[in-house]
Ligand binder design. Structure first.
Ligand code: SF4
Length: 173
């Protein structure tokens, strides 16, 4: 059995088929993020010592095409994202004020991320995420991130040798 694509839209069908022992050879999920608000009930178990950080997904994919990366193997340089009102509603529903946006490249859609950060700026939160170094070329975006509560970013440099970076197809826009 082969499962391709984003799982949300096919998960229930697939589990039901498995239960009924009538599964198909292949399930193909749509290229979209198939939930609005995730079920956070598992975090209510007080016995589990989770970090006091809320994890929220903004989008999936990346505008780069690094040769070694599973993200590019799947998304091929494309990026999909959730709607901003859904994201803001989820942030407001979380109990912690510190957030990790669990994205691979949060500003792959420049205009969308600007609109998002303007909305996040209205909330009293701090956040961190992963970005690529080409954000250093956009001072306005960096300022907007800081104003909206960004206190730390994670960057994978891979190499400081430009020949190595070219070999990996890790370039800027
Ligand atoms: S920049 Fe990062 S996430 Fe994007 S393709 Fe390269 S390694 Fe993958």
């Amino acid at each position: 059995m082969l499962v391709r694509g984003n799982a949300e839209g096919i998960w229930i069908e697939m589990l039901t088929d498995l239960e009924n022992r009538c599964f198909k050879a292949e399930y193909v999920g749509e290229n979209r993020i198939g939930y609005t608000q995730p079920d956070r009930s598992i975090y209510k178990d007080k016995e589990k010592k989770y970090l006091p950080v809320s994890l929220v997904e903004i989008g999936r994919g990346c505008h780069h095409n690094c040769a070694f990366c599973s993200i590019q193997a799947y998304y091929r340089g494309t990026y999909i994202h959730r709607d901003i009102p859904e994201i803001i509603a989820e942030i407001k529903s979380c109990k912690h004020k510190m957030f990790f946006f669990v994205d691979d490249s949060i500003f792959s859609d420049w205009k969308f991320s600007q609109e998002l950060f303007l909305e996040v700026k209205k909330l009293d939160i701090t956040w961190t995420t992963q970005v690529t170094l080409d954000i250093a070329r956009d001072e306005e975006m960096i300022r907007l991130m800081a104003e909206s509560g960004c206190v730390m970013i994670l960057i994978g440099f891979e190499s400081i040798d430009s020949a190595n970076l070219r070999q990996m197809n890790k370039g800027g826009r």
